[in-house]
Design a protein around this ligand. Structure first.
Ligand code: FE2
Length: 300
């Protein structure tokens, strides 16, 4: 398996703080069947993407790792104005192995239309945006139609292995399954940060996908597609079978119906309480004074 999203460079971002810890993470990855891993340090307001220092840490790590596992370099690219301007000027600076795939993290507050425009600008510069863990973005997890539009534009989606296993909550887990059922997922990656809480393991998620969706899909998401990213080749499925659109309206409709039912229940309960009050002719001490006064005046 190949893991295209990890925070594994020593002492750089919110990943491991020492070379020893980085190496332990690589040992875990290799021990559970990962043969290649991409170090994707953050490029956001908190962690600046200093290409010189990052290259230095990357070479330290690859030298120490030896033949244990193949380590590659990319970036966890935050979709900010400054980042996008820089990427448009230097398309290969942030991409995986300096090819054409870029891991793109959406901001917490997503304005769908403007995000779509920015993603399309990146694509027009020859960059293929791989949107990272959309299932963990609370604004996006309910907007699968928006994601589908972006996929149809040419973006790709990466979900996090631990999301599939419930680590990031029920909604994220459900979103993963909605996306998998709609054939909108292109990669599963670890987004590892450490050895214990967010380790670089793909084996459990691979088994989960193989069990629920079949081994061929698991192979595609964990092996075949990530291998194409490393070499900069197009994905097989985008050559042969474009993502299948499954109408996700039923899920949205269900959500809307449950909201309507909830609102109806509240209104009905309020009506029953008012009827009981008016029949009793008196008011419970807990009745808000303004309501009690209005009802009392109308009864006069
Ligand atoms: Fe990340």
């Amino acid at each position: 398996m190949i893991d295209i999203h990890s925070h594994i460079l020593p002492g750089w971002d919110d990943g491991p703080q020492t070379l020893e810890e980085s190496l332990r993470m690589l040992e875990i990855a290799a021990g559970y069947g990962t043969t290649g891993i991409v170090a994707t340090p953050h490029a956001n307001s908190q962690y600046r993407f200093d290409a010189g220092v990052i290259q230095q840490r990357f070479h330290e790590l690859t030298a120490a790792a030896g033949s244990l596992i193949q380590v590659h370099l990319g970036c966890d690219f935050h979709l900010s104005y400054e980042n996008v301007q820089d990427a448009l000027q230097n398309p290969c600076k942030y991409t995986i192995n300096n090819k054409n795939y870029l891991m793109v993290e959406l901001p917490d507050l997503v304005i769908a239309e403007s995000a779509r425009g920015i993603l399309n600008r990146l694509r027009s510069a020859g960059i293929v945006p791989v949107i990272t863990h959309p299932e963990r973005n609370t604004q996006i997890q309910g907007r699968l139609d928006t994601l589908n539009q972006w996929v149809r534009d040419g973006c790709l989606l990466q979900i996090t292995a631990q999301s599939l296993l419930g680590r990031f909550g029920l909604e994220a887990e459900r979103c993963c399954h909605s996306l998998l059922s709609a054939k909108m997922v292109h990669f599963v990656a670890s987004d590892a940060h450490d050895c214990e809480d967010r380790p670089p393991r793909l084996d459990l998620a691979y088994r989960h996908v193989a069990q629920h969706y079949g081994a061929p899909l698991a192979d595609r998401l964990f092996r075949i597609n990530p291998a194409a990213v490393l070499t900069g080749d197009p994905l097989e499925e985008s050559r042969d079978t474009p993502p299948t659109w499954i109408d996700l309206k039923p899920a949205n409709t269900r959500r809307r119906l449950s909201s309507i039912a909830l609102a109806g229940g509240v209104i009905f309960s309020a009506f029953i309480v008012l009827v009981q009050w008016s029949r009793a002719g008196t008011f419970h001490p807990a009745t808000p004074p303004s309501i009690a006064l209005r009802l009392h005046r109308s009864a006069m």
